[in-house]
Design a protein around this ligand. Structure first.
Ligand code: IMP
Ligand code: MG
Length: 182
């Protein structure tokens, strides 16, 4: 599907297929430890909703909002926490659900917190990975799709709070960004 300024990168059907595969993989890897999924808001809410509905293992779910000080599409290394996790972390197997790993600063902040609270293990599950823009080393355990260094929207990902509802992932071209900003 082609819309002015949008270039579809990943079709809705391909996302659904891949999310099912990821859930099956996680279900095999965690047969009985009842892992705690920590979902990064806001962007990962749609991915997480589809992923957990395809799990076949017992599990718990919690949410955290982290933010990086930013300016439009530019990220910074300064990451803050808005709401904290209330679930018990100690001795739990944690799976972080994120929608995209870009510089890695957000996740490295969260992983530090999990270590401080003595999690037994932690893994990262992300729909998208942008390895070319990484600034800190992060081990990503479950990746849906690896994408180049482009700004994407849809399936939970936004540009200035818009486009989260698109069922597919689209590249937001610099041209359309200019029209939105003008
Ligand atoms: P980080 O740079 O790895 O810390 O990523 C921080 C957050 O920036 C991600 O969780 C997303 O919410 C957001 N982000 C990074 N790249 C994109 C993008 O291409 N589109 C929309 N949001 C993005
Ligand atoms: Mg995010």
């Amino acid at each position: 599907m082609e819309q002015r300024g949008f270039k579809t990168l990943i079709e809705a059907d391909d996302i659904q297929h891949r999310v099912r595969e990821m859930a099956e993989r996680i279900s095999v890897d965690y047969p009985e430890s009842s892992p705690l999924f920590i979902v990064l808001l806001k962007g990962a809410f749609i991915f997480a909703a589809d992923l957990i509905r395809n799990l076949s293992i017992p599990h718990e779910i919690d949410f955290i909002t982290l933010f990086s000080y930013q300016n439009g599409t530019k990220r910074s290394a300064d990451v803050g926490v808005i709401n904290h996790i209330r679930s018990r972390i100690e001795d739990r197997d944690i799976i972080i659900i994120d929608e995209i790993v870009d510089t890695g600063h957000t996740l490295s902040r969260l992983i530090r917190t999990l270590k401080d609270h003595n999690a037994r293990s932690h893994r990262i599950c992300t729909l998208l990975d942008k390895p070319d823009t990484r600034e800190v080393k992060i081990d990503v355990d479950y990746v849906g799709f690896t994408i180049p260094d482009v700004f994407v929207v849809g399936y939970g990902l936004d540009y200035r709070e818009r486009y989260r509802n698109l069922p597919y992932i689209a590249e937001l071209t610099p041209e359309i960004r200019k029209t939105i900003n003008s």
